[in-house]
Design a protein around this ligand. Structure first.
Ligand SMILES: Nc1ncnc2c1ncn2[C@@H]1O[C@H](COP(=O)(O)OP(=O)(O)OP(=O)(O)O)[C@@H](O)[C@H]1O
Ligand SMILES: [Mg+2]
Length: 255
């Protein structure tokens, strides 16, 4: 049966074991297109594992076993015949700490477009400026594009990583606690950018900051001990949670 057109990523019966220990148990959920989906739950419940399944980075862990499907635009990422590189091109990843490449600010953003064959200087200049503006960093760095990325503050580095991710033209942004290493102002910057980008990108954000999820999320996935306990539109999950564990988490009884 075809997926409704509003689903971008469909996760079906997804289970993950690390060295035989279950980390995700039979998770099925549809992630809506061009909305912000927040993945919530206590530490160790499987949020990062879930996110890493969405781009198959989970495969890089020794002793991991995965079963189930992750359909991106209907293509199963875990099908042995899947073109993983092609599917991954649709995704940008923002991790907990910024990992800028050991090169200049300019080259960090130009890196992806260059790999994809763009070598025209004028085009690259325009791409770098456009994506630094999208990430809300342009005004701070336009006078020092040749400086090493590591000369930026951590908050600026995270926005640079966002610009670098956006520059390869993804449709999906995966973010694992993208503001947890940032000061409040830098966090607000990233959150603001996500709000601006929500209409154009499918954004999946793992966060343990409930207030952040309330501010950002259109859709919420709540996990507990490897299981998907509840999912639905943010207003429903926050205002009228159906499950006891969700209620307790939202009211701060479990954290
Ligand atoms: N590389 C790994 N090898 C073995 N076990 C792992 C590995 N990564 C995660 N786990 C285990 O899988 C479970 C889920 O971990 P995961 O990192 O997905 O949780 P999380 O919800 O992201 O937690 P946190 O909020 O602390 O980041 C945990 O029990 C964890 O110990
Ligand atoms: Mg995690």
């Amino acid at each position: 049966m075809p997926e409704p057109s509003t689903t971008h990523i469909s996760v079906r019966n997804l289970s993950v074991h690390y060295g035989g220990q279950p980390a995700l148990k039979n998770v099925s959920v549809n992630i809506p297109d061009r909305k912000i989906t927040a993945v919530l739950g206590p530490s160790g419940c499987g949020k990062t594992t879930f996110l890493r399944c969405l781009n198959r980075l989970v495969d890089t862990v020794d002793g991991v076993s995965v079963s189930g499907q992750v359909l991106v635009d209907g293509e199963d990422l875990f099908d042995p015949a899947a073109e993983v590189t092609h599917i991954r091109k649709k995704m940008g990843l923002l991790s907990q700490r910024p990992y800028p490449l050991p090169m200049s600010i300019y080259d960090n953003v130009a890196y992806g477009p260059r790999i994809h064959g763009q070598s025209d200087r004028g085009e690259l200049d325009a791409l770098v400026e456009h994506h630094l503006k999208l990430a809300g960093l342009w005004d701070e760095v336009k006078g020092r594009l040749r400086a090493p990325a590591t000369s930026l503050s951590i908050g600026q580095q995270q926005r640079l990583c966002l610009a670098r991710g956006l520059a390869v033209g993804p449709e999906i942004i995966l973010a694992d606690e993208p503001t947890s290493a940032l000061d409040p102002i830098s966090s607000a910057h990233i959150e603001g950018k996500f709000k601006e980008l929500r209409d154009q990108y499918t954004i999946v954000i793992v966060t343990h900051i409930l207030r952040q999820a309330r501010r950002l999320a259109d859709y919420v996935i709540f996990m507990y001990m490897g299981e998907l306990v509840e999912h639905g539109p943010a207003a429903e999950v926050f205002n009228a949670p159906r499950e006891k564990q969700t209620r307790e988490y939202i009211s701060g009884v479990i954290s």
